[in-house]
Design a protein around this ligand. Structure first.
Ligand SMILES: Cc1ncc(COP(=O)(O)O)c(C=O)c1O
Length: 364
C-alpha cells in the first residue's frame, strides 16, 4: 500500500470473514447448473419470500425518494407481530447492522465484550472493529453455556457486553431460562440474538426486553420470512437506550425495497408460518434420519438447521462429497467444530434428495 495511504494496522493484519456465497458462484465453481444445486449452507429459507413481496416490489413507487428514516409503518407492524411497543424497536439492514450499532453505542477502546463460541461469527468479528476486546468463554462439550465461567470472566474483565445466541447458531440449542436470569444479574448488558426463534418451541425474550434494563433482543426477517437478500432485522431495546440509538443510526439504513418487503411479509404472517412449520418438520425428519446413519451424529435443534459430528471421514471430505453431488452444506475450520457439519433444512424435495445421497454414501 502507498505510504500516503494509512489505513488501520489492525485491519490490515486481520483475516477476512468468509461469508456464504451466491448460487451462481457455487455453480461456476462446481461446474454445475444452478438449477441442480441445493444450497443448505446458510440457514436461508428455501421457499423464498411471500409471493405478495414479489408483487409489491414489482410495483414499487418513489424509488427516487429516500425511505422513511424511522421505518415507522414497519415498526408499527413489528410491534403488533411481537407484542412490544414500537417505541422500543429499532430496525436495521439485517440483525448484522444492529450488532454493529450496539457496539458503536457501548464500546470505548479496550472495553471487553464476552463471546461464547462456537456461536455466530459476527459478534467476535465486529467487536474488534469497534475497538472492543473479545473474551471468549467457550461452551461446554454439549455446547451448553458455561454460566459459571461467563460470570467469572464478566467480573474479572468488567465486561460491558455479553453476546448470546438463542437458538444458537450453529449448535441449535436454546439458553435455559434460569441461565438467562443469572446472566441478567451481571453488571453488563446482555444481547440475545434470536434470529431463529420462529423455528423454536420456546417463547422469545422480547417481552422481557422492556422490563430488564440490561437486556437487548435481536430478531430478523431473513430466516422465517425469507428476506435474507433484502436485509431487514430489528432490535428490541430498553426504553432508555432508544434516544441514544436514534443518534447513531444511519438515517436511511433500511432501504425502500426492504422496508416494503418486510411490511408486506408482516401482513402475510399466517402463510409464512405454514412454511416455517414445514421447515421444522423437515428439520425433525433430518434429525431422525441423520441419527440412523453411521457417519453422522446430530445434535437436537430448535432451529432450521442441524449440526452433526461427522464420523469415519473428515468433515471437509464429507462437505466435498456432497458438493460433488450439488448439495452445499456448511463446514467449519474452527476450534471445537473441525469435525462438524451444519445442514440447513430444505424443502421436502430437497431433503429427499439429501437423504437419498447420504444413503448412497453410506453404502458405497
Ligand atoms: C445467529 C444469527 N444472527 C444474525 C444473523 C444475520 O441476520 P441478518 O440476515 O438479519 O443480518 C444470522 C445469519 O445467519 C445468524 O445466524
Amino acid at each position: 500500500m502507498s505510504e500516503k495511504v494509512r489505513i488501520r494496522r489492525d485491519v490490515e493484519s486481520m483475516s477476512a470473514y468468509t461469508p456464504t456465497t451466491s448460487l451462481d458462484v457455487f455453480a461456476e465453481r462446481l461446474g454445475m447448473d444452478v438449477r441442480d444445486l441445493i444450497k443448505l449452507d446458510a440457514n436461508e429459507n428455501p421457499f423464498g419470500p411471500s409471493p405478495r413481496v414479489k408483487e409489491a416490489l414489482a410495483n414499487l413507487q418513489h424509488m427516487n425518494v429516500y425511505p422513511d428514516p424511522e421505518s415507522g409503518r414497519l415498526r408499527e407492524l413489528l410491534a403488533a407481530y411481537i407484542g412490544v411497543p414500537m417505541e422500543r424497536i429499532l430496525c436495521g439492514a439485517g440483525a448484522d447492522e444492529l450488532i454493529e450499532i450496539i457496539l458503536q453505542l457501548f464500546i470505548e477502546p479496550g472495553d471487553v465484550v464476552i463471546n461464547t463460541p462456537p456461536t455466530f461469527a459476527m459478534y467476535g468479528f465486529d467487536a474488534p472493529l469497534y475497538h472492543g476486546r473479545v473474551v471468549d468463554v467457550y461452551r461446554r462439550e454439549d455446547f451448553s453455556l458455561d454460566v459459571d465461567a461467563i460470570e467469572a470472566a464478566a467480573r474479572r474483565h468488567r465486561a460491558k457486553l455479553l453476546f448470546l445466541c438463542s437458538p444458537n447458531n450453529p449448535s441449535g440449542d436454546m439458553i435455559e431460562a434460569g441461565d438467562i436470569d443469572r446472566l441478567l444479574e451481571l453488571p453488563l448488558t446482555v444481547v440475545v440474538d434470536e434470529a431463529y426463534i420462529e423455528f423454536a418451541e420456546r417463547e422469545s425474550l422480547v417481552t422481557r426486553a422492556g422490563d430488564e434494563a440490561n437486556l437487548i433482543v435481536l430478531r430478523t426477517m431473513s430466516k422465517w420470512a425469507g428476506l435474507a437478500g433484502l436485509r431487514v432485522g430489528y432490535g428490541v431495546f430498553p426504553s432508555e437506550l432508544m434516544p441514544q440509538l436514534w443518534k447513531i443510526k444511519q438515517p436511511y439504513n433500511v432501504n425502500l425495497a426492504a422496508d416494503i418487503a418486510a411490511q408486506v411479509s408482516l401482513q402475510d404472517v399466517d402463510f409464512l408460518m405454514t412454511r416455517v412449520e414445514t421447515l421444522v418438520k423437515e428439520r425433525t425428519r433430518m434429525e431422525i434420519a441423520f441419527a440412523e446413519l453411521p457417519m453422522l451424529s446430530p445434535y437436537p435443534s430448535q432451529s432450521n438447521f442441524v449440526l452433526n459430528r461427522v464420523i469415519g471421514m473428515s468433515a471437509e471430505e464429507f462437505r466435498d462429497r456432497l458438493a460433488g453431488a450439488g448439495i452445499i452444506v456448511r463446514y467449519y475450520n474452527k476450534p471445537r467444530l473441525e469435525d462438524h457439519i451444519r445442514i440447513s433444512a430444505g424443502t421436502p424435495q430437497q431433503v429427499d434428495r439429501l437423504l437419498q445421497l447420504l444413503t448412497q454414501l453410506t453404502i458405497s
